[in-house]
Ligand binder design. Sequence first.
Ligand code: GTP
Length: 309
Amino acid sequence: MEKMTEVYILGGFLGSGKTTLLKEIIRQENEAGRKAAILLNELGSVSVDTERLGQDVPFKELLGGCICCTIQDKVEVQLHSLLSEHELDAIYIETTGAAHPVEVLDSIMSPLFAKKLKYRGIITVVDLLRYRDRNELSPQLRQLLIEQVQHADFILLNKQDLVSELEAGQLVYSIQAINPEAISLLTTQAKVSLSSLQKMKMKKKNVHSQLDVHSHLHLQAIVHSFKKSIDQTSFEEWLRGLPDTVYRMKGYLSFTNSEQPYLFQYSYGMPIYMNEFIKMPLNLVIIGEDLNEEEILCQLAELEENSVL
Ligand SMILES: Nc1nc2c(ncn2[C@@H]2O[C@H](COP(=O)(O)OP(=O)(O)OP(=O)(O)O)[C@@H](O)[C@H]2O)c(=O)[nH]1
């Protein structure tokens, strides 16, 4: 019988740690001598995570929309080309943080792959801080967060380092109450062993049933491409002035006061800068709700214009 490729869907809110998890899994897959590939879906029209995941892993991207709504038809094409180009043990599909995992599952359940792909289940990464403060989100996003938990087969309760032990305990309890069947695990930096992921059992899902939340969340992805270095202090001032509805940013930045560019990550109001040694296109992706795109792009252009070397 032809070998079947395992498929895992990775879901979870914006910035919860999906890419971090993927890096960790791919490292372990390589160590185990297995060949794994990635299908990455991003809301923005440019991908920032591609470089973070490394060059040697088979990789396809679905950019500029969400698998579950706007670019469903492209999924089949990308899966087909991954399977025809490589002998794969596993494919990991990283969904956008705005995706509903069951709808993603629905879109990849194609008869074309019935004998080639073995769906292993949905892994949801939960950002414990975000989950703790979920009442600050819009009702639609809060509902999405809950449904991402409800439909998971394996839940990583990530960013354990950011909550107290007592809070972590309470959050585990509350998440397990929503989905008692899934395996749930507290993690920091999404550290989980491949063998525990492989123990997951996929729940029966009625993928065609009407879901409570639909994809029409008002999430936007704004992309700005910098042409030159910018002033770090002005950038940080700009960050402080952003509305709370900016949930996530990522991109590459170059500052006038430093030689090296940075990989910039922002989730839940927290900016992180990491040295980047390769020259990358200076794209910044901003994801949020009800954002004034024109104003944001204008502010960034102005910031760039006023930055002198
Ligand atoms: N403190 C802390 N930070 C973490 C942890 N796991 C991931 N992060 C950071 O959280 C940020 C977002 O992580 P990613 O792995 O990029 O999240 P993601 O879910 O892939 O993000 P999107 O694709 O934009 O939805 C990065 O800056 C990570 O370094 C954790 O356990 N603790």
